[in-house]
Every structure is written in C-alpha cells, then in structure tokens.
Write a new protein. Structure first.
Length: 238
C-alpha cells in the first residue's frame, strides 16, 4: 500500500504563533504533534493536517508553495482578509496586477497566501482551502500523481493539478519558469504509511518514480527529494 499525504509542514521560526494564526484563520483545531510539532487538524479526518516545526533559518525568498483560500462571495473574501489581518497577517506585493481579483497576504512568519475571489471555477469543488499552489514542472505534477495515487485533474500549458479521489484541496504546479530554490524549502509534504507497512519498499517505489534520498538525517522519517528537488518526508510506521 502506498503512503498517504499526512501533512503539509512549515519550518517556522515561531511555530506556536504560526499555528495559532492558521488555526484561527481556517477554524481548525490545534493539537500537539509528533517530533515537537504543533498541528492544525482538518475538520474531516480524511484530510491532511498542517504542521508547524521549529526551524532556525529566517525566510529569505518567496516560497515555492502557498495556500489559496476560496470565497463564496465578495463579502466572504473581505471577511477572510480582515480575519487574517487581525490575526497578524499583512498585505504584500508579489507582482500581482491591480485588476486581479485575489488578495495576496503573508502570515506572521512571512509565508505567502492568497484569498481568491468569488466565482473561481477551478476551485469550485474544493472547499475553503482550495489549493496548495506550487511552482513546479509538469514532470513533478506527474510524479506526485503517481506517488499519492491522486488523479490529474488539470494538465495543460505546462501546468498540472491533482486532487484526492475523495475531493478537497487541489495541489497545483505552474511553470516554467520555476522559481529558483534558495536553500531548504519552508513548506514540504509529509507522507505516512499504515501500521505494518514496509518503509523500504515504499522508498524504493518513490525512487523508481523519480525521487531521490536526501542527505538530511531524521530518525523518525526518511527524507527525500522529488524530481524538482523539493524536500519531502516519509514517516516510519509506528
């Protein structure tokens, strides 16, 4: 059995503050997590959690991935933006045009996020957390479709997107050009295997799909790189 998407992880200089921000913004519950992390739990047990892990490195460039939050109406978009600002977020400029309807913000640790305007058809079937939008090649979208066994729901003009067979948040990749990688990514995927599964067999499967083992050492997880060089982790079954 292949691994499942357990969490989207943030390396954070202030994990507790960041977890409170995202918990308040999404309305998801907080919980202590493994490996000294703080987790924000999805309302649906089938969904992925968001994990905040202690990291020493300050943010130096634009992240390769960010969350897109959806809006059912212009009023709801304004409420989401206002709530983010009240919780410690701020407006930022990443080159968006004045006529574009989405609002670009940063969380208290500088991580980008977008609040998408109402009527976005691509995210109509997702929920509040509409997408994790990533810079990446077409090949990395194919890799993650096979790795997670999530079907491709978009494959056009070098852009790809996948979505769980159960629906929910999409993961998208747009490029070229792909943003330059500056050091270790702040956001990364964490995969989990069911109890009793063979982690070595799963690592071999992911390598056969195009991943490589990373040099990073972590006793509780196998650290790997996807075909675009993005870090991800495979949790060892407990």
């Amino acid at each position: 059995m292949s691994s499942q998407l357990f969490a989207i992880c943030f390396n954070a200089t202030r994990p507790a503050d960041l977890a409170r921000f995202w918990s308040g913004l999404l309305g998801w519950d907080l919980a202590g997590g493994p490996d000294d992390g703080i987790d924000v739990l999805p309302p649906d047990a089938a969904g992925f959690r968001i994990r905040f892990l202690p990291g020493r490195e300050p943010k130096t460039g634009q992240n390769r991935a960010h969350f897109d939050l959806t809006s059912a109406s212009p009023e709801e978009q304004r409420r989401t933006v206002a709530r983010a600002l009240e919780l410690g977020g701020k407006h930022i400029d990443v080159g968006q045009l004045p006529e574009e309807g989405h609002v670009v913000l940063a969380d208290p640790d500088g991580n980008e996020l977008c609040v998408i305007e109402a009527g976005n058809k691509f995210l109509a079937d997702t929920g509040f957390v509409g997408a994790l939008a990533c810079d990446g090649t077409r090949e990395v979208g194919y890799f993650w479709s096979e790795a997670l066994r999530w079907p491709l729901v978009w494959d056009q003009d070098q852009e790809t997107a996948i979505q769980s067979p159960n629906g929910g948040t999409k993961i998208t990749w747009g490029g070229p050009p792909v943003a330059e990688k500056t050091g270790t990514n702040r956001l990364f995927f964490e995969l989990a295997l069911p109890a009793g599964a063979d982690v070595d067999s799963e690592v071999d499967r992911l390598v056969a799909l195009g991943a490589t083992r990373a040099e990073i050492r972590d006793g509780g997880r196998v650290m790997m790189l996807d075909p675009d060089g993005n870090e991800f982790a495979v949790r060892r079954p407990r």
